[in-house]
Design a binder for this molecule. Structure first.
Ligand code: HSE
Length: 309
């Protein structure tokens, strides 16, 4: 029986503009690593957090605590868990920081409990981390973090995750300005109801994006990367958003938008060279703004959460 396991979970770009709360994609960098040791004392302990000082080790305030409590409650196991988290993804970045820690915790605990759960069940446990972090148990980050690739939450009740085709030349660029946007705050500013005419345009794009992924039709993917629901409200929270979009277009991106609830901004591209060019153009905007940032260019991450020991 495994007593200790170390796993790695990737960052994710959720929403992909039109797919608010339902579509997400895993990228290779950055990522979180979670080490969990099985103990006999029946306690959940967050023994250490590296790479970020602002995250609480209190199990009632830490996503790993929420996930492990849900797993213990579902299984009735009497064991304890000692957790060490290495944060590669900063909280409030918009690239699935809480999701990666939640996904890694669920995946690691499952190995320690002899793989009794399916990946779909691990998504449901990881959603408890999201509920704690943002007040909403959305799955559009945790699903791709666990499965890898691009996923669609077809339904929340019952939970039904669909793995979408990954076009072979699809690359992403992510610019993470070093500011923090709390997902809970970015959700509060959204309208609770939308006009039918807006919904029609939005679900047309969701269908177009899914069709574009399955047919590897890059132009269709680009045409469908439009958001009439969250972006009009949230883009004002992101300094230089319009300039970043212009830079992405100039670099040849298929489309661009807010990653999750921001402040990260993503672009999808066809091919590594175009992604490199888009990263350069978007980085130039950030350099002239004087705002600290990190930039990433990555193909779609296929593997999701993996064991690394
Ligand atoms: N779908 C969520 C939102 C993702 O946009 O609020 C948060 O990372």
């Amino acid at each position: 029986m495994n007593r200790r396991v170390r796993v790695k979970a990737p960052a994710t770009v959720s929403n992909l503009n039109c797919g608010f709360d339902v579509i997400g994609m895993a990228i290779n960098e950055p990522y979180d690593i979670v080490d969990i040791e099985l103990t006999d004392n029946g306690l959940i302990e967050i023994a250490g957090i590296r790479g970020c000082q602002s995250i609480s080790r209190d199990i009632d305030k830490n996503v790993a605590g929420a996930v492990l409590k849900a797993i213990i409650s579902a299984t009735g196991v009497k064991c304890g868990f000692r957790v060490i988290i290495e944060k590669g993804i900063l909280p409030g970045s918009g690239i699935g920081s809480s999701a990666a820690s939640s996904a890694a915790t669920a995946f690691a605990a499952n190995i320690l409990l002899d793989n009794r759960f399916t990946l779909a069940e691990l998504v449901a446990f990881a959603m408890e981390g999201e509920r704690l972090a943002s007040g909403s148990a959305h799955a559009d980050n945790v699903a791709p973090a666990i499965y890898g690739g691009i996923t669609l939450v077809r339904s929340y009740e019952p939970l039904d995750i669909i793995r979408l085709n990954i076009p072979p030349d699809l690359w992403s660029v992510v610019i993470h300005p070093r500011a923090e946007i709390k997902t809970s705050e970015a959700r509060k500013i959204l309208d609770k109801e939308i006009p039918l005419s807006t919904a029609v345009r939005q679900w047309g794009n969701v269908g177009g994006l899914v069709a574009g992924f399955f047919s590897s039709d890059y132009d269709l993917i680009g045409r469908s990367l439009v958001d009439y629901v969250a972006e009009p409200k949230r883009s004002a929270l992101i300094p230089g958003f319009d300039m970043l979009r212009k830079a992405a277009n100039e670099g040849g991106a298929l489309g661009s938008g807010i990653s999750g609830s921001g402040p990260s901004v993503f672009a999808l591209c066809r091919g590594e060279d175009t992604a490199g060019e888009v990263l350069v153009k978007m980085s130039e905007v950030m350099n002239s703004s004087g705002i600290r940032f990190s930039g990433y260019s990555s193909p779609v991450n296929h593997e999701g959460t993996v064991r690394c020991n």
